[in-house]
Write a protein that binds this ligand. Structure first.
Ligand SMILES: CC(C)(COP(=O)(O)OP(=O)(O)OC[C@H]1O[C@@H](n2cnc3c(N)ncnc32)[C@H](O)[C@@H]1OP(=O)(O)O)[C@@H](O)C(=O)NCCC(=O)NCCS
Length: 155
């Protein structure tokens, strides 16, 4: 298993995993997420690939992409409430459903952490949907802690 940055020829396989994540989100929050995987979502991976502020990481098992992550360098200017913010955001993250609980996500986080340190980032951030308790358990096991929450109520 090799963790590396994606090449253009990996992107179709990355999209198979992106659809799996979308399916998880549709099942957990159907009032928010649209079912299926439209052409616009499929093609957007090429926009990400071409964007200098974003990077795609893949877990490559002998040519089969069995995990991926999208990293985004976020900068927010200072405002009256907050100092400048500059961090590495994990925007999308998944391991193929047939390859889970084998340490692949853990290896991807290790790779992302090493990259973040090497690039001088002081913080790696991500956000997730509360229904996704499996992902939460993974992120906590990987060392992430919750620092902010979104809350809702039915009026
Ligand atoms: C969350 C996800 C990335 C974890 O990937 P993975 O490769 O299976 O994770 P690892 O094998 O590295 O897991 C490491 C540890 O995390 C915890 N963990 C991982 N998945 C878990 C789950 N579903 N439930 C509880 N704990 C879990 C365990 O402590 C695990 O160690 P163990 O297997 O020795 O018990 C994967 O389940 C996934 O892709 N889910 C669907 C997509 C998704 O939800 N992505 C996140 C969107 S924000």
């Amino acid at each position: 298993m090799e963790i590396r940055f994606a090449r253009e020829e990996d992107l179709d396989q990355v999209n198979v995993l992106r659809k799996q994540v979308n399916d998880v989100h549709v099942e957990g929050k159907p009032e928010v997420f649209k079912p299926g995987f439209c052409d616009e979502l499929r093609d957007y991976i090429h926009v990400i690939f071409a964007d200098l502020r974003q990077k795609i990481v893949v877990a490559d098992d002998g040519g089969a992409v069995c995990g991926f992550a999208v990293l985004n360098h976020i900068t927010r200017p200072e405002n009256p409430f907050m100092y400048v913010r500059d961090f590495l955001d994990i925007d999308e993250f998944a391991v193929d459903e047939g390859h889970r609980r084998q340490g692949i996500a853990t290896a991807m986080i290790r790779f992302i952490r090493d990259y973040a340190r090497e690039q001088g980032f002081s913080r790696v951030e991500l956000n997730m949907w509360e229904f996704n308790q499996g992902a939460l358990a993974f992120y906590e096991a990987a060392g992430f802690t919750t620092y902010r929450r979104y809350m809702e109520m039915k009026p």
